[in-house]
Design a protein around this ligand. Structure first.
Ligand SMILES: Nc1ncnc2c1ncn2[C@@H]1O[C@H](COP(=O)(O)OP(=O)(O)OP(=O)(O)O)[C@@H](O)[C@H]1O
Length: 365
């Protein structure tokens, strides 16, 4: 079990990198706490696997150091790092029983038999594998085999960390939701540092205490699921997390007002003049309500989607598309309506970055 420190870490696959674009992983500095559950979340190509491979020792970083507690592991091979890994596709020995598969990492390290037997039972119970413990792995489904892979990753109690690389890819969709929450419970039960790579926001938000959102080779925000929802630090986070994602609209800010074209939106505090190429207003659909015409900002309604837990209106304001919540009991006639924005949840972004009280351009109310 270890605290993981990423110290001025950066990686370029091409030799002699000069510009920021040459780096698959731009410089990051992070400390991940012992026992934490972290998810690396971002779209394909954003650098998640590169970062995971640097932590596991498969890739040596161009710059910076990796430490497990106080031990600098940057130059150590994977085998010397004391980590467990679970990959996208099952890694099991078909000729062995499930019990033998789970016991394998412990047997390899000469853990006494009775301790191995107890640990295998414990992990099998957590993953609901008890009833198949004495069956040959070859006869099991892909789902079951991936559960065995998870079990093999989880079985060693002394690992510095467990790294998961999109581990639910082959899992049947019906089982996915179940395994997502099982993994969360397992993390609570085992108190091991876990790092989970995924492009799926639901997986990341269910599993992790802290989600590390990556975009274009850089970490754009590290936060709890609530923080990412409530205060996206970057428009990318706002857009990428949430379903539908945050509404992002070009605007002009004057004191405690933002103007979208000629329409005024009240802000929760005044802002200093912003010097930026791009100034945008962000608000999640959950905090924008569709109302009848004349109550708020005028919009045209394009359609209303019923997504089960809520109704979402797709509207257009000054040529910009927006998503808004439709409160129960509201009926809209024709395609004209209005929007009411909750000022507590309106954020202002300068060149993509959240303008905070501390950052240039903002000040406390
Ligand atoms: N071995 C390699 N050689 C050269 N470029 C690479 C190599 N591996 C990854 N890249 C590039 O580095 C960037 C980051 O890739 P990486 O695999 O880390 O992203 P990712 O977020 O894990 O994406 P995915 O989910 O598709 O694997 C991409 O532009 C990719 O093309």
């Amino acid at each position: 079990m270890a605290r993981i420190t990423l110290d001025h870490l950066a990686h370029a696959y091409k030799p002699d990198p000069r510009r920021a674009e040459d780096y698959a992983l731009k410089e990051i500095n992070h400390v991940w706490n012992q026992g934490g559950a972290y998810a690396l979340l971002g779209p394909s190509g954003c650098g998640k696997t590169t970062l995971l491979n640097i932590i596991s020792g498969l890739v040596r970083p161009t710059r910076g150091r990796v430490r497990f507690d106080d031990l600098d592991v940057t130059d150590l091979p994977t085998e010397a790092r004391n980590i467990a890994q679970v990959f996208q596709f099952p890694v099991v020995y078909d000729t062995m029983t499930v019990r033998e598969n789970l016991a394998f990492p412990l047997k390899n390290r000469h853990v006494p038999r009775d301790r191995t037997a107890r640990r295998v039972e414990e992990i099998a119970h957590l993953l609901d594998l008890t009833r198949v413990l004495d069956r040959k792995a070859s006869n099991l489904t892909a789902d079951m085999k991936q559960k065995i892979s998870l079990g093999r990753g989880l079985v060693r109690p002394d690992v510095a960390a467990i790294l998961f690389d999109e581990p639910l890819t082959v899992i049947d969709p019906h089982l996915k939701w179940q395994l997502r929450s099982t993994l969360k419970e397992i993390h609570r039960a085992l108190d091991i540092t876990m790092i989970y790579v995924t492009h799926d926001q639901t997986e990341a938000l269910t599993f992790a205490d802290k989600v590390v959102v990556m975009h274009d080779g850089a970490v754009v925000q590290t936060g709890t699921p609530d923080e990412l929802f409530e205060r996206p630090a970057h428009t990318f986070v706002g857009h990428f997390i949430g379903s539908p994602g945050m509404n992002i609209l070009p605007c002009r800010v004057e004191g405690a007002s933002a103007f979208i074209g000629s329409e005024r939106v009240a802000l929760k505090r005044p802002y200093r003049p912003l010097v930026a190429e791009r100034v945008e207003l962000g608000i999640r659909p959950e905090f924008v309500q569709l109302q009848p015409k004349g109550v708020g900002l005028p919009v045209h309604v394009r359609r209303i989607d019923d997504i089960g837990r809520a109704r979402i209106a797709r509207v257009e304001m000054n040529g910009h598309p927006l998503a808004a919540s439709v409160p129960d009991g509201i009926s809209i006639e024709g395609d004209e309506a209005s929007l009411v924005l909750d000022p507590r949840h309106v954020h202002i972004y300068a060149n993509g970055h959240l303008v905070t009280d501390e950052s240039a351009g903002g000040h406390a109310a």
